[in-house]
Design a binder for this molecule. Structure first.
Ligand code: ZN
Length: 453
């Protein structure tokens, strides 16, 4: 072939790629206040808790089999290199679940229900996709919990865990808990990413869709399958959507099935029933500091901020939320939840329906939410005042409330700025009697804010 001919052939190949890219859905993690490392930390803590509540099996053949399938899938680019682990849980319910950051569990009930290895691999690829697309912490982020930055601080100090703190906010890994109950959109995306992952690993993606349809068909007959479906709602037309996706995948050589599933099912069939272990929970307690005039810089994922150098940032630099406070500024209310009595919390509010942040309207929504958390909270008489932060329009609203920790009156000054990521907010909290002394610190912090990205 001559030079020109090769050129034409290449153009044709590029066109085919472009066409496929045009139709194939772009799958990326959505709005998230957590960093990837925090996903991993959350998952590790969650795994410790969950393994106290379920019966993790130690049968070598059984584990090796599930780990082998898991690794085949997790080594594909779609799995995004999280530290995945795979374990088998003795439970008749047809279920599997994966915690943020990678710990993945497969129930014996699922192994028995799968008709071939592809079906089992399909459910696992779907679970791995929820991890890679960060669906758990995306949901927790979108729940707009004002206490989330404080919770994170609670997890860093003492023996408080992220999982324990999230549980206090009503976010849990339990049945119906926010971290493991996905939206239909998340289900569709996990199906599609899972299909791509399966195909690359040598499994036919249609096995995943068919298995979900089978579960759908069997549910409503009062059996155990609904557990999976209640946390993974059917996005509709699963088989068709996956079939369409397959058209864009490289023509696969689906030869990954090891043929071992029948032998593995026999092992599962021969297991003895063992009781589940009982669960336990713990909490920490914290002792009290004026901000120093020396400032130090904190760099968040999309903002820079200076803070008194005797205050500590509790958060991950890669995350879009942080609490900066003196150790004595954090305390627990009677229900064990961590609150900030003195310090600042910085985060983003996610406007409903993925709207662009609107400064006035969404500030009003955020204030309403703060009032729901603390019914004693009231706006000051002056309302909101307009200022500029890093050249952008901002609102400062002063609120007064009764501290849930100390019982005394506290001032909560709220700063909001509409940003592409959502409504940026900073809440500066101080006891009312000390507020005059620290107002200068607050003003300096506001002046120091710079947005990036
Ligand atoms: Zn799902």
């Amino acid at each position: 072939m001559g030079r020109a001919g090769r050129g034409i052939a290449m153009t044709a190949a590029v066109l085919v790629c472009l066409q496929a890219a045009d139709k194939q859905r772009d799958l990326k993690p959505g709005f998230n206040l957590f960093s990837k490392d925090q996903d991993v930390q959350l998952g590790r803590e969650g795994a410790v808790q969950i393994e106290k509540q379920v019966r993790v099996l130690s049968d070598r053949d059984l584990n090796d089999y599930v780990v082998r399938i898991g690794r085949k899938l997790a080594s594909q680019a779609q799995a995004d290199k999280y530290p995945y682990t795979f374990k088998v849980v003795q439970d008749k319910a047809i279920n599997a679940f994966a915690l943020p950051g990678g710990p993945t569990y497969v129930n014996t009930g699922l192994i028995l229900a799968a008709e071939n290895e592809g079906q089992l691999a399909g459910v696992m690829a779907h679970e791995i996709s929820h991890v890679a697309l960060r669906h758990g912490t995306n949901q927790a982020s979108k729940a707009n919990l004002i206490q989330l930055p404080a919770m994170l601080a609670g997890a860093v100090i003492g023996n408080g865990s992220i999982v324990g703190q999230l549980a206090q906010l009503g976010i849990s890994f339990g049945a119906g808990g926010l971290l493991l109950r996905y939206s239909r959109n998340a289900e569709r995306d996990a199906d599609l990413l899972g299909a791509r992952m399966m195909s690359q690993a040598g499994y036919n993606p249609i096995d995943m869709a068919r298995f979900f349809e089978k579960l759908e068909g069997e549910s409503g007959r009062g059996n155990v399958v609904t557990q999976f479906l209640s946390s993974h709602p059917n996005p509709g037309n699963r088989v068709k959507a996956v079939q369409e996706e397959i058209r864009y995948l490289p023509r696969g050589n689906y030869n990954a099935d090891s043929g071992e599933l029948p032998r593995i099912k026999q092992i599962v069939g021969g297991l003895k029933e063992e009781p589940r272990p009982a669960a336990e929970v713990s909490a920490a307690n914290i002792p009290s500091s004026r901000p120093s005039s020396q400032l130090k810089q904190y760099r968040g994922r999309s903002f820079l901020l200076a803070h008194p150098d005797n205050w500590e940032p509790y958060g991950d630099r890669d995350a879009n939320m942080v609490t900066i406070a003196p150790r004595g500024g954090l305390g627990r209310s009677r229900d064990g939840q961590v609150h900030v009595a003195f310090g600042v919390m910085v985060s983003y509010y996610s406007p409903p329906n993925q709207e662009r942040a609107d400064l006035r309207r969404h500030t009003a929504l955020l204030i309403r939410q703060m009032q729901q958390n603390n019914p004693s909270m009231q706006a000051g008489r002056d309302g909101s005042r307009r200022i500029a932060v890093d050249g952008e329009a901002a609102l400062v609203t002063t609120l007064y409330s009764e501290s849930v920790i100390r019982g005394e009156r506290e001032v909560d000054v709220l700063l909001t700025v509409a940003r592409p990521e959502g409504l940026f907010y900073l809440i500066f909290i101080a006891p009312e009697r000390e507020f005059r002394d620290v107002q200068g610190t607050f003003d300096e912090m506001l002046r120091s804010i710079r947005f990036s990205g």
